[in-house]
Design a protein around this ligand. Structure first.
Ligand code: MIF
Length: 833
């Protein structure tokens, strides 16, 4: 048989399989419409269509899920448990189809029903169970673990309300609840039989038995049940389907019965509601601790249920022999939010399994690894000892014991240094003593990592310097990454197809392959296709903006995007200062710049963060004035898009030309939005902060716009004594801009509205906006100049994509696995049952 005959036969078989698949997809969707939902094609709504399609996808997932779990079981594989209070999953339908390799088949079938996948997708709610980068990173990691065939499990909370919906009313942010479960969630499987009790409050009764052994019993505690809900995590075209287990709070059965016995039905019902409030809502703060009792209870609730579940799974194989526990179990702590797990595992091993302290401690420290995500002091978790001891009395005892043994070690290692004990203690002394969760996490883990090269250096050189000197080999870097499946294949199909036409499709699983795009930057017809894809994405976003904000923008203009949580350190304000100063330039001469510009903002502010909310109001107010000023001839438009989240990011990023990554050097641990933009062909304007530095290394300095002070210069300036007023007094355009803000130019009805912003800059400027202002403005003029030469810009866009290989979360996860978890990947074969 000749080669081409072979090919023909293969194609024919492929087509038969595909048509069989299409038939069974169609049958199943119909079945769900008519049987599960009791509808027909006349009465079916969009939501019914979505639900039926999702339930059909779920059948494919479930089959693979069972196979995967069975394979892990049969191999007694080592597992990695990723504990996170946040998983920012976004929507599941399109992503599942892409990963299952069934997108085209479903697309065809759905059209036969008179709709499209895009239309159905619009019905899905985002699973917004996170705030920002930290939660989205967890979601990308799950995708990579599954794609790499690693036995990875996510564990978190099934919040009934995720991150709030943001509306912009009269220029202000208004928060409304996110009822993402209102129409049910076809992606989750509730497991009412999987229930664990979790205790709070009460006291510890200590006793010594006849053999002289010491025992602790947690008495009079109130109990909440944790009920599991499972969500499938499909790998990319490899049949692996991993599990994300989210816990919901339920009141106990005894509780339910007690109202019969005591007759106080109303009280019992209201107590039940209070108990179940535990998993009601996600705290909407990013990079900011709040110190609320309910939050500490959430942290312990999910940690305790998770560890009970992990131990149950381990004991199925090894019964009471815990010696293999660290060989079979790796636990990664996503920030300190789940750090109480260290004390909880000690408690379960000592009080529950009757192991000795030393045995338990050896197991604990070999099992846990901790990722730090921030150096901002206001984000580092500290719990008052009083509150901690009230809620978790046994854990407080255990932490004191861990601390006392640890400080003995410190004293031995640094005998002549008495200050160091105070600095390193897990307990911060003072009037209101605090448990410093990062210290607990470091002491109880065998690995501590930062999330970019710079951030990991800062951890070693300053934030955790003493700990680094004590245990240098514990500390390591794992530069963040993003999944190319969601952040290119699914969100930018046109660019994804163009890349595949040029270099084949291996890049989806091996992102370094994108380097092969480099020579195509010299191919004019390729450049044209690249430009066309970007322009069409921009047209689509322009239509969205017109619908959402009523603002008409020019798709040919430079799309300049800053989309991320609102935080002073991220310096959205610096971007606004630039917009205003550009407006002033254009007011004098609309022809003064070389490229028309559209500045796009998106981002939520924590509901209690007043300055961040005022910055949103300033952005929308400046937009109002500037967008409606005929003098500037439409050369500048500003758009603030409401309710930024995963789904909106998927619309904006493929359409952007310029990615704003302008945090004060040394403040943004990594950033991951920066990577998503580069992967979709936007050029970065940024500081030497977080992963920007590594993007610069990968794409080359000609293909990125770097400005401002580096982190060493920031430190120097701060140490020397920084005076923002000096800059205000010496830079005319800055002075004019600040004066316009403070004098009410953008708030004519409320002249003093933005005074607090101007004053905080003039008198404090904690994030050194004034120091970086000139350099930023100058660099923006350079951006316009380069954007005006389409061909050069497009080449640079290609070089950015070609240089994005390092930023796949597959690479990140491979590093975690090689250095920290050490799991074997488990291939999943489908075949016969
Ligand atoms: C960091 O601020 C961000 O720089 C990092 C943080 O990229 C991300 C993931 O590592 O984690 N509370 C936080 S920490 N929110 C984030 O986005």
């Amino acid at each position: 048989m000749s080669n081409s005959q072979g090919e023909l036969i293969k194609t024919e078989i492929d087509n038969k399989v595909k048509s069989k698949t299409r038939n069974s997809i169609k049958k199943s969707i119909l079945n769900h419409l008519t049987q599960t939902l009791a509808k027909d094609k006349f009465s079916a709504t969009k939501l019914d269509m979505y639900t039926s399609v999702a339930l059909t996808v779920r059948e494919y997932l479930s089959e693979r899920w069972s196979k995967t779990q069975r394979a892990y079981h049969d191999k007694q594989a080592k597992r990695i448990y990723y504990l996170s209070l946040e998983f920012l999953m976004g929507k599941s339908l399109i992503n599942s189809l892409v990963n299952l390799g069934l997108y085209d088949e479903f697309d065809d079938v759905v059209k036969e029903f008179g709709t499209t996948l895009q239309e159905i997708d619009a019905t899905e709610f985002d699973a917004g169970l996170g705030n920002g980068g930290l939660g989205r990173l967890a979601a990308c990691f799950l995708d990579s673990m599954a794609t790499m065939g690693l036995p990875g499990y996510g564990y978190g909370i099934r919040y009934e309300y995720g991150i709030f919906f943001q509306k912009i009313v009269n220029g202000y942010q208004i928060e409304t609840p996110d009822p993402w479960l209102r129409y049910g969630n076809p992606w989750e499987i509730p497991r009412p039989e999987l229930l664990y009790p979790v205790k709070f409050y009460g006291y510890i009764a200590e006793s010594t038995d006849a053999e002289g052994k010491h025992h602790c019993e947690w008495k009079d505690a109130s109990e909440v049940m944790a009920m599991a809900h499972d969500i499938s995590i499909p790998g990319y075209k490899n049949n692996t389907v991993n599990n994300l287990r989210l816990w919901a709070a339920k009141s106990t059965r005894e509780f339910d019965l007690s109202y019969f016995n005591h007759g106080n039905y109303e009280q019992a019902v209201s107590d039940k509601v209070i108990t179940e409030n535990l998993s009601k809502v996600l705290y909407p703060n990013d990079n900011m601790r709040q110190g609320k009792e309910l939050r500490l209870k959430q942290e312990y609730f999910f940690v305790s249920a998770t560890l009970q579940d992990i131990i149950r799974r381990y004991k199925k194989y090894y019964a009471k022999d815990f010696s293999l526990f660290p060989d079979k179990t790796a636990i990664q702590l996503n920030d300190t939010h789940p750090a109480v797990a260290i004390a909880e595992l000690m408690r379960l091993l000592i009080d529950g399994e009757k192991l000795t302290w030393d045995e338990s401690w050896a197991i604990t420290t070999k099992t846990f690894a901790y990722t730090n995500h921030t150096v901002l002091p206001e984000a580092l978790e500290k719990w008052s000892v009083e509150l901690f001891a009230k809620i978790l009395p046994r854990h407080m005892q255990i932490i004191y014991e861990i601390n006392s043994r640890f400080l003995n070690e410190v004293a031995k290692k640094f005998p002549k240094n008495s200050d160091i004990l105070g600095r390193m203690s897990i307990i911060e002394e003072g009037e209101d003593k605090k448990v410093q969760m990062a210290h607990l996490a470091i002491v109880g883990s065998h690995s501590v990592n930062g999330v970019s090269a710079l951030h990991s250096d800062i951890i070693k050189d300053s934030l955790f310097k003493d700990f680094y000197l004590m245990w240098p080999s514990k500390f390591n870097n794992k530069t963040n990454g993003i999944t190319p499946r969601r952040w290119l294949v699914a969100c930018n199909p046109a660019l994804s197809n163009l890349i595949t036409e040029a270099i084949g499709d291996k890049w989806v699983k091996d992102l370094y392959k994108l380097k092969e795009l480099t020579p195509f930057a010299n191919d004019n017809s390729f450049l044209e296709k690249w430009e066309k894809v970007k322009l069409e994405n921009k047209q689509r976003l322009s239509e969205y903006i017109l619908k959402a904000n009523g603002i008409k923008i020019d798709p040919e203009s430079l799309f300049d995007c800053q989309i991320k949580r609102l935080h002073e350190y991220k310096r959205q304000l610096l971007n606004i200062l630039h917009a205003i100063s550009l407006y002033n330039i254009l007011k004098e001469n609309p022809k003064a710049i070389q490229s028309k510009r559209t500045i796009i903002f998106g981002g939520k502010a924590a509901p209690g963060y007043h300055m961040a909310k005022l910055i949103i109001k300033l952005a929308t107010s400046a937009a109002n004035v500037i967008n409606n000023d005929k003098d500037i001839d439409g050369m500048l438009k500003i758009v603030f898009l409401a309710n930024y989240g995963v789904s909106l990011a998927e619309k904006i990023i493929p359409a952007s030309n310029l990615s704003e990554q302008i945090s004060t050097a040394g403040t943004e641990a990594s950033g991951t939005g920066n990577m998503k933009f580069a992967l979709n062909g936007a050029l970065t304007i940024g500081t030497l902060d977080g992963a920007n530095i590594e993007i610069l290394e990968e794409v080359g300095e000609e293909n990125i716009f770097i400005f401002g002070l580096n982190s060493a210069e920031v430190d120097q300036l701060r140490n020397k004594g920084y005076n923002p007023a000096d800059y205000y007094n010496s830079i005319d355009s800055l002075k004019k801009t600040i004066d316009m803000i403070s004098s009410g130019f953008f708030s004519p009805d409320e002249k003093t509205l933005f005074e607090p912003i101007a004053n905080s800059l003039l008198y404090h400027d904690r994030y050194l906006l004034f120091a970086d202002y000139e350099s930023y403005i100058k660099t923006q003029r350079q951006v316009e100049k380069e954007f005006s030469d389409k061909k050069i810009w497009t080449k640079k866009s290609i070089f950015n994509v070609a240089g994005s290989g390092k930023f796949s979360s597959d690479r990140t996860i491979a590093e975690y696995n090689k250095n920290i978890w050490r799991l074997k990947s488990v291939p999943i074969k489908m075949g016969r049952k």
